[in-house]
Design a protein around this ligand. Sequence first.
Ligand SMILES: Nc1ncnc2c1ncn2[C@@H]1O[C@H](COP(=O)(O)OP(=O)(O)OP(=O)(O)O)[C@@H](O)[C@H]1O
Ligand SMILES: [Mg+2]
Length: 296
Amino acid sequence: MTREEALAHLTASSAHLRGQAARALGVVGRPSDLQRLRLAQKLEMVSHVNYALQDSIRRLAQQQQPQLLAHDEGEVISDDVRRQIRGQAVEWISGFLLHEIASPIGLVRLAAKRELANRWDSSETKRHLESVGRVFEAIETLKNAAAVPRPQEFDLASLIDELIGAYPEDVTEWISMIGSRPFVIKGDPSLIRMVVVNGLRNAVESQQTVGRPPQSHDVTVSWGETDVDYWVSVLDHGLGINGPIETAFEIGNSTKKNHTGFGLAIARQAVETMIGSLNLEPAKDGGALYTSRWRK
Ligand SMILES: Nc1ncnc2c1ncn2[C@@H]1O[C@H](COP(=O)(O)OP(=O)(O)OP(=O)(O)O)[C@@H](O)[C@H]1O
Ligand SMILES: [Mg+2]
């Protein structure tokens, strides 16, 4: 795409075309295009196009003022800012993937269903497309985990009750809770839900595959606060951690059948969006300890 074409496509009705134009201008644009890019960004409602515009604006602004970039700038960026930049990148890439690939995959599914007719239900194609569908759902959750927090007051203890209550009784009987109630906090309930759900799910799954019947208090969910942050932890007596812990946090790493391996990455993204941290470590007497904390 030439610079002229890209400038013209900035106002196209197709978000796909606007996205292409925004990215092209990061390469072929000139600092004098900054004003048009900034106006386009102000009006842009589709998040991945908006990020593409933001990225191109940053590139062109750097061309305009190269002297402002200190060579050791990396060293002065704080960890929090670095995480926020990473969060924006995650939101941009995941939004882009969903936007660009979701609809072709929908078309593949429709065509396969039509072409396979009564063989569809038992087909490998259907099975594989279901697994692609799981990955897409996980990408969507990851995108939401990187979205700007919307804090409100709510009772964290009730949220945890609700999440544990979603399991059948033969599971809830071995999950215990330690924390004050009500525990009213200000935070984004949907981000906190992602953090607790994934920790709890992993603990329950680990406990269920350990090879002995679960006993009461095998999984314990605790919560509380310090002067500066809130925390939630989940302790289990399951399989424990095998291999390097950081590998478990990488997207797509799973030791379980039919799982996408997104859970820890989503949970870590959600706490980092709230300015916090997430850890998984071997528990003292076997099993694992999952600890999340985020700033008040
Ligand atoms: N409490 C735990 N005990 C033992 N291993 C764990 C625990 N939590 C996570 N892991 C390990 O880390 C891996 C990655 O966890 P993660 O939640 O990201 O993915 P997953 O549970 O495999 O899949 P998904 O969460 O997408 O369903 C797991 O497959 C497991 O090997
Ligand atoms: Mg998981």
